[in-house]
Design a protein around this ligand. Structure first.
Ligand code: PAF
Length: 283
């Protein structure tokens, strides 16, 4: 069922009061990564809601909000094929009201702690995680899910959402699902659509760097600088590295040495497309 209004979702949600409800928040352009979240949701919930909303307030002024792929018909078809009960696809007006200037002058925002946003993607994407947390909390309030499903690919996002849920006592359990990759190793992302065939090959460097860091860690190297330095031989002038970090995977704290709780995270531009990827060193 395709619903566009908050009231319609609420009506159905009330009818499901004794059922376990799962929410998979997405911005659409669904791919196998999203389908893995839906599959997990189907396994543990009685009813599954997928939201499809390209959230304007999580994009910076020079980011790709306008050109972000919008494929609602295809998304709806995929959701139906995969047993989703509700696809909630609101308009920006439904979510944020009419004529509002979308800023924290006029709109209540959820602002996650500086410690979590002042690093990794948050360093270059000012306000991004405020926009993410605001829309995710709104979606939680609308759908009132028992479980919500997020991908490990957006590892910083998942840590920040868990923190929001804990700090604001939101009654939802966050389930994180592993990264889904193409056979080549490329992590699936709706933004891969922007890459040419050659760009897709150049983008393999991200997963190669991460795999190599993990292999070096498994051989006994735990010095973080040394692990990070292994990346440089992979990078060419086609890669514009934004960050490569090794941090504690649950808290995003810096560590003295890499250990089984570490995550290596990378962001790199290829053909001016900003790509991110990560790997757990201990799993
Ligand atoms: O990960 C995403 O696709 C988005 O950040 C989310 C969680 C759907 C919020 O808009």
């Amino acid at each position: 069922m395709l619903l566009h209004t908050i009231d319609d979702v609420r009506k159905i949600r009330k009818e499901w009061k004794n059922l376990k409800v799962g929410l998979v928040p997405t911005m659409g352009a669904l791919h196998a990564g999203h389908l893995s979240l839906i599959k997990k949701a189907k396994e543990i919930c009685d009813k599954v809601i997928v939201s499809v909303f390209v959230n304007p307030i999580q994009f910076g002024p020079s980011e790709d909000f306008d050109k972000y792929p919008r494929t609602l018909d295809k998304d709806y078809e995929l959701c139906n094929e995969n047993g989703v009960d509700i696809v909630f696809a609101p308009s920006p007006k439904e979510m944020y009201g009419d004529g509002q200037r979308l800023s924290n002058d006029t709109l209540t925002y959820v602002c996650p702690p500086f410690f979590y946003v002042n690093k990794l993607c948050g360093k270059t994407r000012t306000g991004h995680f405020d926009g993410v947390c605001t829309v995710v909390l709104k979606l939680f309030n609308i759908a009132q899910p028992d479980y919500a499903f997020f991908g490990q690919k957006d590892a910083q996002q998942a840590v920040i959402i868990r923190k929001m849920v804990k700090d604001l006592n939101v009654p939802v359990e966050i389930i994180q699902c592993p990264i889904v990759r193409e056979e080549s190793g490329l992590a699936l992302s709706s933004r891969n659509k922007y890459l040419s065939e050659e760009g897709k090959k150049d983008a393999l460097v991200l997963s190669k760097i991460l795999k190599n860091i993990k292999a070096c860690f498994e051989k006994g190297i735990d010095d973080i600088t040394a692990l990070k330095e292994t990346a440089y031989s992979y990078l060419t002038d086609k890669h514009d590295l934004e960050y490569l970090e090794i941090l504690d995977k649950d808290t995003l704290h810096e560590q003295e040495k890499a250990d089984k709780n570490s995550i290596a995270l990378i962001a790199c531009r290829v053909e001016n497309v900003r790509l991110i990827d990560n790997i757990y060193l201990g799993e």
